[in-house]
Design a binder for this molecule. Structure first.
Ligand SMILES: [Zn+2]
Length: 220
């Protein structure tokens, strides 16, 4: 029940924030090793209520609930099945992040120190036809080490150990995409110098106890 309440709260939040429009997006969380709570297809996230949430198994089969399972459930399940440390997946279409994804650009350069630490590298996953296996396939190369993904011509996905954790990554992703967009209007963003980036990584481990996977480190 607590997970249902929290998921509904975050559904309302992503709608209020404008990260989704109409029926867009889907949010889920793990409730046991092989069972997941997920929003139904064709329902506005701003109007989702506790009774609308569905429970599916690791193959996407409906176990409980009355709605229709979204075809994007595959995106969630491939992450849960590969990453046992992940308990929540959020998929939205936030404007600025999606704009970068549509321009064919991931976030791979070090610009904002907190983004370097909280999100790491945000890969651009190749365009995939909705409802096909192309969608989960497009994020497969990055699943093992990424916390946020941009889907080309589509939207964004963030993951977390908790629902809140996944949500705050979405918020941070969109906030940094927005800031980067403005910086480009002013000219162009400057990246953090390599020596400072190295310093940041060493502080991350010593001061914040954050371990960043080598594959998820920003590059030049
Ligand atoms: Zn979508």
């Amino acid at each position: 029940m607590q997970a249902k309440e929290e998921l509904v709260k975050i559904c309302h939040k992503v709608y209020e924030k404008g990260y989704v429009s109409a029926y867009d997006g889907n949010l889920s969380c793990r409730i046991s090793e092989n069972q997941f709570l997920i929003t139904p297809s064709g329902k506005c996230k701003g109007e989702v209520e506790i009774d609308d949430l569905l429970i599916v198994d690791e193959k996407g089969k409906l176990i409980d609930g009355n709605g229709k399972v979204s075809t994007e459930v595959k995106l969630h399940l491939i992450i849960y099945n590969r990453r046992k440390d992940i308990n929540s997946v959020i998929h939205c279409h936030p404007i600025y992040s999606t704009a970068f994804a549509t321009a064919g650009e991931g976030f791979t350069k070090p610009v904002f120190p907190e983004v370097v630490l909280a999100l790491g590298k945000v890969p651009l996953c190749k365009y995939a036809t909705p409802s096909t296996d192309e969608l989960p396939d497009s994020i497969t190369p990055y699943i093992d080490f990424s916390w946020a993904f941009l889907l080309e011509n589509h939207g964004a996905v963030t993951v977390g150990k908790t629902i809140k954790g996944a949500y705050y990554r979405m918020e941070k992703l969109e906030h940094s995409a927005h800031t980067l967009f403005i910086a480009r209007l002013l000219g162009r963003e400057k990246t953090i110098p390599l020596v400072k980036l190295k310093q940041l990584y060493s502080i991350a481990e010593k001061t914040y106890d954050i371990k960043i996977d080598e594959r998820n480190r920003l590059d030049y």
